[in-house]
Design a protein around this ligand. Structure first.
Ligand code: AMP
Ligand code: MG
Length: 527
């Protein structure tokens, strides 16, 4: 037997680990300042419950790259296995995933203990100086599953994947999604469906409900530990404030106000704004029965289970504010160390006054934030008296005509100062043309007061009024094909939504009005 030169070389070079193994190896679960290190009062460590014969449904190359992984390597079956909760080897003991405990108010009513009933944290990856936590949603039962099966279905997993990526590219703070892994394992909802797992990615998955949990259970030490974790990791400048915990409430209030304005401006409805679905970082989190409004209706309810319309489009800012009260209440035991010299009543009075002042800041932040967004959407570069009326009158006419939210705002950019020659694309969206014309004339007069050319105004407007949003019927088309194991539409749609403000002539149909069949589409909490 003789050795060839190449075989000797192969012996000398140790094989480098497969990319999926390197990815798993890069997940850390023991950093002292990580959420998982808060300990057993906050979470339970447990393995994921693997899904049989997992397959890749979709992957965001952008998020994969942020985690130091090349999406092309996701074809390795070990990738689908890992992100279905089933790594090729057993979970190494020191890398055991975790489910966290939280509580919350659901539909305005105290719901008691909830927790990650079907999400488990894998740990964090630090790449290019950025630390991101990974979470598998739908990876099996946890101690917080209550009556649930710990699973998520393919339909809702695709919706979450597409929408979190779409929101990011609209410039709206959100958790992200790296991939969806499917399996043929049946899951019972209203009908039989199949299971899937979304890998969500965010700097933190801490919710208002985490704070409510420790407050309600009178566990002030844990409450403080959690608040300190959030401050030290995400709001370190709050440490310098007289009352760091009040400063934290202030930060969360401002971010939540900004998020509510962002949602309003793009016609997004979350659907389940329970306090356990509110991110302490002001991110859009927990995509369930969400929806982008098609024909505008200020009272639009996207969640079929929300019979009272608590989370209707126009209610969302108020609900965000209400949820912040719940957070403030939960933080009360931490407030006021600077008043420790005062007597009890005086101290309490000051604490309540401070908290109320901070919460009032929501209104001071939200209204101007929305006004700024709306001004840009209408292409008003200068501030003039009566602009707010002009905006609200547009929404009134849209509301009365059920004019398409996204197309109306997008097509406004085609209107011209000099005459009505560019009105048709937007005017045609209104049944009551005369009512539109009244508004359009006022709008024309208003933009004529500015020196900006029609073209410059249109360019600016097109950069803030998306052409493409994740309309329900687009998601539905992708889901129908995916159920037949054709995932090409998931990828195509994700690609379109990555550039929501650009003209993409080959994808014109994705910007159109929903087809008639889409009016029957219903989304509910059952995901
Ligand atoms: P959501 O309305 O999706 O935010 O969920 C509210 C609570 O129910 C959270 O504690 C979830 O973890 C839990 N949950 C929802 N669906 C399931 C499920 N299929 N299995 C276990 N827990 C679930
Ligand atoms: Mg939730």
């Amino acid at each position: 037997m003789s050795f060839s030169p190449s075989s000797t070389a192969a012996v000398a070079e140790p094989a480098s680990p497969a990319p999926v193994d390197s990815l798993l190896a890069s997940i850390e679960t023991d950093r002292p300042d990580a959420f998982v290190s808060l300990g057993s009062a906050f979470l339970t460590r447990l393995p994921a419950a693997p899904l049989p014969e997992p397959y890749l449904v979709g992957i965001s190359a952008d998020i994969a790259a942020q985690l130091g992984f090349n999406a092309a390597d996701a074809q390795d079956p070990a990738f689908a296995a890992l992100f279905a909760g089933n790594p090729t080897r057993e979970w190494p003991a020191e890398k055991l995933p975790y489910a966290s405990v939280y509580s919350g108010h659901q539909f305005g009513v105290w719901a008691g203990q909830l927790g990650d009933g079907r999400a488990i944290g894998l740990g964090e990856i630090e790449h290019d100086g950025k630390r991101l936590e990974l979470q598998l949603k739908g990876a099996g039962r946890t101690p917080y599953s209550r009556m649930g099966d710990g699973r998520a279905v393919l339909r809702s997993s695709i919706r979450e994947y597409l929408c979190s990526e779409a929101m990011h590219h609209l410039g709206i703070p959100t958790t992200r999604a790296m991939c969806v892994i499917g399996s043929d394992q049946p899951v019972r909802r209203e009908t039989m469906e199949t299971a899937a797992v979304v890998t969500r990615v965010a700097p933190s998955f801490v919710r208002f409900g985490h704070f409510e949990h420790f407050y309600t259970n009178d566990r002030v030490d844990e409450l403080r530990k959690l608040a300190d974790h959030v401050i030290d990791r995400f709001y370190p400048h709050c440490r310098k404030a007289d009352d760091p915990y009040l400063a934290l409430l202030n930060e969360v209030t401002l971010r939540t106000a900004d998020l509510m304005a962002d949602w309003q401006a793009v016609g997004f409805c979350h659907g389940v704004m329970n306090t356990d679905n509110m991110s302490i970082l002001g991110l859009t989190i927990d995509y369930g029965p969400f929806g982008f409004i098609d024909g505008f209706n200020a009272n639009h309810i996207c969640n079929h289970s929300d019979s009272q319309g608590r989370y209707a489009y126009k209610m969302q800012p108020q609900i965000g504010y209400w949820n912040l009260f719940c957070l403030a209440q939960a933080l009360v035991p931490l407030f006021g160390a600077q008043y420790d010299g005062d007597n009890g009543d005086k101290r309490n009075e000051k604490i309540i006054e401070d908290a109320q002042r901070v919460l009032e800041g929501f209104k001071d932040r939200f209204a101007p934030a929305l006004e700024r967004l709306m001004r840009a959407k209408l292409g008003l570069a200068e501030i003039r008296e009566g602009d707010d009326k002009l905006v609200s009158r547009l929404f009134e006419v849209m509301n009365a005509n059920r004019a398409d939210f996204t197309l109306t705002l997008r097509n406004l950019a085609k209107m011209r100062k000099a005459d009505a020659s560019g009105d048709a694309p937007v005017r045609d969206l209104f049944l009551d043309r005369a009512a539109f014309d009244v508004w359009a004339n006022d709008y024309r007069l208003r933009v004529s007061e500015e020196t900006r050319s029609d073209e410059a105004r249109a360019n600016a407007m097109n950069a803030v009024n998306p052409k493409y949003v994740l309309r329900n019927h687009l998601a539905e088309n992708a889901i129908r094909l995916a159920k037949e194991k054709d995932f090409s539409e998931v990828e195509r749609l994700a690609r379109v939504l990555r550039n929501p403000f650009d003209e993409q002539p080959e994808f014109e149909a994705y910007a159109g009005l929903p087809p008639d069949w889409a009016s029957d589409l219903e989304v509910s909490c059952s995901s």
